[in-house]
Design a binder for this molecule. Sequence first.
Ligand SMILES: Cc1cc2nc3c(=O)[nH]c(=O)nc-3n(C[C@H](O)[C@H](O)[C@H](O)COP(=O)(O)OP(=O)(O)OC[C@H]3O[C@@H](n4cnc5c(N)ncnc54)[C@H](O)[C@@H]3O)c2cc1C
Length: 407
Amino acid sequence: MHTRRIAVIGGGIIGASVAAQLTTRNDANSVVLYEKESAPGTHQTGHNSGVVHAGLYYQPGSLKARLTRRGVELLHAYSESRGIRYDECGKLVVAHTEKQLGQLDAILDKARANGVPGVAIIGEDAMREIEPHCVGRAAIHSPHTAIVDYPGVTRALLDDVRAAGGEVRLGTSVSRITRQGAEQIVHSSAGSQAFDYVIACNGLQSDRLAKRSGAGKYPAIVPFSGDYYKLTPETAKLVNGLLYPVPDPDYPFLGVHLTRTVDGDVTVGPNAFLSFAREQYHRLGFNVRDALEIASSGAFWRFAGGNFGEAIDQLRTANKRSFLAGAQEFIPELASEDLSPGLRGVRAQAMNQDGTLEDDFVIQRVDNAVFVRNAPSPAATSAMAIAEHIIEEILAEDRLVEPQRGA
Ligand SMILES: Cc1cc2nc3c(=O)[nH]c(=O)nc-3n(C[C@H](O)[C@H](O)[C@H](O)COP(=O)(O)OP(=O)(O)OC[C@H]3O[C@@H](n4cnc5c(N)ncnc54)[C@H](O)[C@@H]3O)c2cc1C
């Protein structure tokens, strides 16, 4: 294979996975990764629940379903090979009401269709054996759902990039990509440089760069923040793994859950609110440009019109009392003093022109530029498989690497 010059934009877990596969699987690729922050994994990758999703909920046949199962396989093997903390602590999706009990079969069917190993519906007694402090009428048990250190994985992947001769340019922001003949010109805060290919994996800013670089306006990012609380070390002992509610099938987020982390904490959250700042993490975060862009978007108002009731419901989950109530549904013995404020994350959720939220991953190719335009949860789980999909399927004919799955 002859030398190809490839730019990767974004030093979150997806950009790091793409750059690592391009450099380690073909020494003829000359790779430069651009990250605007001074450290990798600063945004979604460093502000999430840390769960390695098994693939319970996704529409069979969708990219999310396929790339989550493959992502788990690649992530598990990589974490073990690099000594990164990965713990199969298991997950219960707990039903409390008659309606939720009725939804468990459909989740189980999807999970089995997606090839999730070991899933089963279990009754109260079996639940108590797994999580002695948890109440509920029945649950889906997913024994292989895991937790991992996503920022640690991202740093390790970037170490691999450097070790294989790639370059990681931190503190370097890309403003746009233009075409000159067959070349892609990356314009950044460090100047302009020509490449043969560009792969943009820039999360909360993905729609802006795509639009400035000649791709369409939609899907556009609508940022949704999510706050967490944290249990005290004493009460964290009441939770062994991951406790989730039965998700509302009409809503894109999974609901407030109790999550063990690889550091031994247990978090409660996240809720979901429209955010008026894409990359700010204090609770009153506001960015004029981000807010004006939302207010002037016809697609957003079409979405808001159809989801007003849900938005009002979500407002009720804004205070500590509601986090406590959510946590007590699982562990009734928790009290207000057991919860303290934790981190906040902002999700890059894409919206279509008609105001619907895009459910599946969306990756667009325009000439030799590829734009990852929708990669919300479970895209940290799927990141290595998303990278493989871009390189081996979307860019298959360009043969940037030898396919590793016999494609
Ligand atoms: C609250 C919350 C909980 C979640 N929980 C889970 C979970 O438990 N499991 C799971 O699998 N997923 C989860 N996710 C989703 C997961 O975190 C994301 O899908 C994943 O991190 C996306 O990775 P990324 O590399 O696309 O984005 P990011 O990590 O956001 O990285 C994008 C990078 O691009 C950089 N960038 C942007 N614009 C430019 C530019 N112009 N020039 C240079 N650099 C640029 C940014 O600085 C950033 O570092 C959660 C997300 C949130 C917010």
